[in-house]
Design a protein around this ligand. Structure first.
Ligand code: PAF
Length: 282
């Protein structure tokens, strides 16, 4: 496995690399990231992973400085997962001057996560576009755990005609259902024991949806109440259509269609997000 710290080294390494599969990360890897790398491995000749903590997507009160940097362990883990090349630029390599040109994310980026993290998706799209330009992959794998990010990136690739297949990686979960996340490391032992509730609550909401409950505000509010009564500070629980994360029909979920229940809530000082797919059977 090669580690490329700059664009020159990366381009030289990737000349004649064949079909490139790309996994962008901010490091601090867990099994979820490694599953994305293995998925890229199965579909590409050359797997490139990036490790870059992108300042542009952190708000002023977010955890950019305390975001764990675990580079040596990340390299070992990526190598074991079959990654061929790690692109690990320092900030001045990716942002040699102030990044005054930005990708303007669509209105979906102002909802759900975007309503609580203003500027987040603009920062994500901007760095992902720069990383795509650097790596020039044929396919890129993004986890379904960050469901809205996946949707926003898909839209960017479509609207900018980028010749890249965006592949969705399934969320990897702990045995109790907690979605693996770099932020789980911030949880105390007591919080970790509680943390799987978020997934349980989202699955219950999915059950209500499958039972054709059309009063979305009520089932969303019931989920938020359950989280709050267990000591969480919920930001949102929301039912959306799978396709484009559009609002579901006001008349109720349509049989034979796919929906997603998304949620974000703070447990102590740690903000967790998760989502579950819901198929409303005929
Ligand atoms: O999902 C992430 O880790 C980040 O948002 C990404 C896609 C690597 C961009 O910084």
């Amino acid at each position: 496995m090669d580690i490329c710290p700059d664009l020159g080294a990366l381009r030289a390494r990737l000349a004649r690399a064949g079909r490139i599969g790309f996994v962008p990360t901010m490091g601090n890897l867990h099994e979820g990231h490694l599953a994305l790398a293995r998925q890229a491995r199965a579909e590409a000749d050359c797997v490139v992973a990036s490790i870059f903590v992108n300042r542009l997507q952190f708000g002023p009160n977010e955890d950019f400085d305390r975001y764990p940097r675990t580079f040596a362990a990340d390299c070992q883990a990526f190598e074991a997962a079959g990654v061929d090349v790690i692109f690990a630029p320092d900030e001045p390599v990716l942002y040699p001057e102030a990044q005054t040109y930005r990708v303007q994310a669509p209105s979906l980026a102002d909802e759900l996560e975007g309503a609580f993290r203003p500027g987040f998706f603009g920062g994500v799209c901007t760095v992902v576009l720069k990383l795509f330009n650097a790596v020039q992959p044929q396919l890129a794998v993004f986890g379904k755990k960050d469901r809205q990010q996946l949707e926003v990136i898909r839209g960017m690739v479509r609207q900018f005609n980028l010749p890249i297949d965006i592949v969705a990686g399934e969320t990897v979960r702990a045995p109790d259902g907690l979605a693996l996340s770099s932020r789980n490391g911030y949880l105390s032992a007591a919080e970790r024991a509680e943390a799987a509730r978020l997934n349980r609550v989202l699955r219950q909401t999915g059950k209500a949806l499958r039972a054709s409950q059309a009063n979305y505000p009520e089932i969303e509010a019931a989920a938020m109440r359950e989280l709050a009564s267990a000591g969480w500070a919920p930001d949102y629980v929301a039912v959306r259509k799978n396709d484009g994360l559009q609002w579901p029909p006001a008349t109720g979920p349509v049989r034979g269609e796919h929906y997603v229940v998304l949620g974000a809530a703070r447990l102590g000082s740690t903000r967790l997000i998760d989502n579950v797919d819901v198929f409303v059977e005929d």
